[in-house]
Design a protein around this ligand. Structure first.
Ligand SMILES: *Cc1c(COP(=O)(O)O)cnc(C)c1O
Length: 395
């Protein structure tokens, strides 16, 4: 395999895309595939498409494709809904496995929606549950015997700091807790092995490093020996053991398909399925090595040329995901100025400039060119302009 595979992506002229950690770009062939699904499948097959075009099997079929990125065996991953929903499902099923405990342990670096979904579930259950949030570095020591579930995101969306998945899982399980990993910033970015880690649940999205497109379906993994113990909180008809029996009582499917809820987003999943073909000859070890090299180059060049920025990501590659973040007081405006000049990263409050490194379509010359433009923005205060300081709805 050779990296990068830049020629396999539609990339606008003059753009250096450092935001694949937030929304992956469009792989070539996806637009045609979706067009074909619209005209030939939806247009011609009509309702026959559920069987004839494989629509009904797609969530499990694509789940197996995604499983490969996280070390999950066939039949243990299913696609659907959004990641927020998958967090809710995993958390609810995990809590039911520890009926005598009342604490969900997470960290303050987790992505807010994961924490919000936990809060909502706690309110709904109304049974004395507590969401305990500790600093990321304190998680391992905070797994006490009252913790029912440890719910963490492996890579911190803001800083790129990476948890030790295997070590924390071991700690959680030794204390009798169930482990849920959110792999939103891991799948397609670095090597993940849920089987080796032994965690009970994992969830993640596919529009970041897996390039499935805006709104691409999320995934959920349940450890195979626990499938039939995982109670589906969202007991929709497509998670039923026999949806087309139209029984008036819910019986969960014996397989991972119990984590399906309702009608799958066929067109969106078709985009994802086609996008995943890019990876057929790609080894995650190669992706990880290239991503670390690009990140290290970026850190070195920024520190050399942009002294106003301070690194907030871990310096040591092994403790970092595939993104690098710098703090800068005028980070929002500086990022707007940068984007205006074709270097697309993003900003996270209060002062974080975030850059994602995705070796499928980035190489060393892109990094050098991006730093060149960044140093121009800073040296010449190009950010200090009212058009860049006004906040937009999506940062
Ligand atoms: C991106 C991300 C999400 C987004 O959730 P959606 O429901 O897909 O909008 C959730 N959690 C984490 C950790 C993320 O990085």
């Amino acid at each position: 395999m050779s990296l990068p595979k830049k020629h396999l992506f539609e990339m606008p002229e003059g753009v250096i895309y450092l935001d694949g950690n937030s929304l992956g770009p469009l792989p070539k062939g996806v637009a045609e595939k979706v067009q074909q699904a619209v005209t030939d499948e939806w247009g011609q097959a009509l309702i026959r498409g559920w069987n004839g075009c494989g629509w009904m099997d797609q969530p499990a079929r694509v789940g197996d494709m995604v499983g490969r990125f996280i070390g999950a065996p066939a039949g243990s991953v299913v696609m659907g809904d959004t990641l927020s929903i998958k967090v809710f499902q995993a958390l609810s099923a995990a809590l039911a496995m520890r009926p005598d405990r009342r604490v969900i342990l997470s960290d303050t670096g987790n992505f807010p929606t994961d924490l919000y979904m936990a809060e909502g579930l706690i309110r709904l259950k109304d049974a004395g549950y507590e969401l305990r949030k500790v600093a990321p570095e304190d998680v391992a020591d905070a797994v006490t015997s009252d913790v029912a579930v440890v719910m963490l995101t492996e890579v911190d969306y803001r800083t790129g700091r990476k948890h030790d998945m295997a070590a924390i899982t071991k700690k959680a399980q030794a204390a009798g807790a169930v482990m849920i990993w959110d792999l939103a910033h891991s799948a397609g970015a670095l090597e993940v092995d849920v089987t080796e880690a032994g965690c009970e649940f994992a969830v993640g999205c596919t529009y970041k490093y897996l390039n499935g497109g805006p709104g691409a379906p999320a995934f959920i993994y349940v450890r195979p020996d626990l499938t039939e113990q995982a109670e589906p909180a969202l007991s929709g008809w497509l998670g039923h053991s026999a949806p087309f029996a139209f029984d008036v009582t819910y019986t969960p499917a014996p397989s991972i398909e119990r984590m399906r809820v309702g009608t799958p987003p066929v067109l969106q999943m078709t985009a994802l399925e086609e996008a995943l073909r890019l990876w057929e000859d790609v080894e995650m070890a190669d992706i990880r090595a290239a991503s670390l090299a690009l990140s290290e180059q970026f850190i070195a060049e920024v520190e050399d040329r942009c002294p106003a920025l301070s690194l907030i990501s871990p310096r040591e590659g092994a403790r970092r995901g595939s993104q690098v973040s710098f703090a800068f007081e005028h980070g929002y405006a500086a990022m707007q100025a940068l984007i205006d000049r074709g270097v697309i990263g993003d900003f996270r409050a209060p002062d974080v400039m975030r850059f994602g490194f995705t070796p499928l379509y980035l190489d060393a010359s892109d990094v050098t060119a991006a730093v060149e433009i960044l140093s121009d923005v800073l040296d010449n205060r190009l950010w200090d302009d009212p058009t860049y300081t006004a906040a937009k709805k999506v940062t």
